[in-house]
Design a protein around this ligand. Structure first.
Ligand SMILES: Nc1ncnc2c1ncn2[C@@H]1O[C@H](COP(=O)(O)OP(=O)(O)O)[C@@H](O)[C@H]1O
Ligand SMILES: [Mg+2]
Length: 421
């Protein structure tokens, strides 16, 4: 009989432990001999810290990449996506095409973003182009809506100015830095309320890129009707969709938890806006995920012991354009409703089935591709090896578009993405 899997975890969540128990795995401590570790990003940092001297064995699998922050820290994600776009432009890729205003036609999917205080002057330059715009400030290193606020006047951020005469500026440590992004002030509203999408994406390898998209993402609604009035800029129940914020609102409904499934959203949009634009929207979101991952694939330490289940935050505006807001390394596994618990339990279950096919002791030397039966509620979103195969087939046949993996916005029938059905 095969040896039992030894797992470690830093998170005491029933959706995790329930899955490990179901498989008959044995819990051990993080310092013991483990095969599978569902860790916090802090533990991952310690494991890969050169001083720890820890060396992973071939039968060990961990749920974060060593430098996941290249994607999950907003300022770094933005930097990597900007570099990716420039690289594509240099290659002459049609993906990097720009419109008359100089905006990327296919790769303009993150709000304009700066790091404060480092980019203060650049920010001011941008602000002055459109002085009536609203911006959202997020402290780096914080999550779940904590410490976020909206501003619409330069005077509100004077203290982050390097050359401010009034404040004695001192270079703050990284933990005092802020990311400031253009506020998407025209969100798509449903029932008058703002919402965002939480989409789960599993990456099992960056080079070649292999990623899966979870079909059961959801929308998170605000509890108070949207109102772009400047007097309401400090009302977080209007502007921030985080459940951790909204659950403190008077109108919070603990039965549905202010959530809708992605399938509900799809049906709603097909009914109100039509199937064609809805398909295009979901297609665009899929490509945004792939582009964001490709943007970091060259800088990511592609450790074969690692996988990662990311939580993507996306806002759809009233023109049905999706905007990528951030990518989380440790999406919440707290369940706020009964449906939530089932969905998150399945998410962990399906994730384990892909990264440890057949529940065998991992053997990262072989890095097996799981059989399709293991995908559960995941769909293969992008497999770079398959895409290249696809590309070479097209080149052989000399079809147009062979120079790019993705024919601008569209996909042809051979493309390897899937859409939410
Ligand atoms: N640029 C933006 N435009 C509109 N809403 C935003 C923007 N950035 C963030 N938000 C709102 O604020 C919430 C929290 O922001 P986010 O960047 O995801 O930080 P956190 O890590 O605290 O969740 C988002 O889920 C979204 O509702
Ligand atoms: Mg978030």
């Amino acid at each position: 009989m095969a040896a039992k899997i030894r797992y470690a975890t830093d998170l005491d969540k029933t959706v995790l432990v329930g899955n490990f128990d179901k498989r008959g795995w044995i819990q051990v401590g993080g310092d013991d001999d483990w095969n599978f570790y569902w860790s916090t990003v802090g533990t991952t940092r310690n494991i890969f810290n050169v001083d720890s001297g820890y060396r992973m064995q071939d039968d060990q699998v961990l749920n974060h990449f060593p430098n996941h922050y290249e994607l999950t820290r907003k300022d770094l994600m933005v930097k990597n996506i900007k570099r990716y776009r420039k690289d594509l432009e240099k290659e002459g890729s049609p993906l990097a095409e720009k419109d008359e205003q100089g905006k990327y036609m296919h790769l303009d999917f993150i709000p304009v973003t700066f790091l404060l205080p480092a980019d203060y002057n650049l920010f001011v330059e941008e602000f002055r182009k459109n002085p009536s715009s609203t911006w959202i400030m997020k402290p780096t290193g914080k999550a779940r809506g904590i410490g976020i606020f909206l501003i619409n006047k330069l005077s509100q951020i004077k203290k982050w100015s390097r050359d401010s005469k009034t404040s004695s500026f001192q270079a703050p440590s990284a933990k005092d830095a802020y990311v400031i992004s253009k506020y998407i002030d025209n969100p798509l509203l449903i029932g008058g309320k703002k919402f965002d999408l939480r989409i789960y994406v599993l990456v099992t390898s960056y080079r070649p890129l292999k990623c899966y998209l979870y079909r059961q993402g959801f929308c998170r609604f605000c509890t108070v009707k949207y109102n772009a009035n400047v007097n309401e800029l400090d009302n977080m129940f209007i502007h921030l969709t985080n459940v951790s914020i909204q659950k403190h609102g008077d109108e919070y409904n603990s039965h549905h938890g202010g959530k809708w499934t992605v399938q509900n959203l799809r049906l709603h949009l097909e009914g109100t806006r039509g199937k064609e634009v809805t398909d295009k929207l979901f297609d665009e979101m899929n490509w945004q995920v792939v582009h964001s991952l490709r943007a970091v694939s060259t800088v990511m330490a592609n450790d074969r012991h690692c996988f990662e289940c990311y939580g993507y935050d996306t806002i759809i505006d009233d023109n049905l354009k999706p905007w990528l807001i951030e990518v989380n390394a440790s999406p919440s596994l707290t369940s706020t409703t009964a449906n939530d618990r089932i969905m998150k339990y399945n998410l962990v279950n399906d994730t384990i089935n892909i990264v440890m096919p057949n529940g065998e002791t991992p053997d990262v030397r072989w890095n097996k591709i799981p059989p399709k039966e293991c995908y559960g509620h995941y769909d293969l979103l992008y497999d770079e090896e398959l895409a290249q195969l696809d590309l070479s087939e097209r080149e052989v046949r000399g079809r147009p578009g062979a120079s790019t993996l993705f024919g601008a916005r569209g996909r042809d029938s051979k493309s390897r993405t899937t859409t939410w059905k």
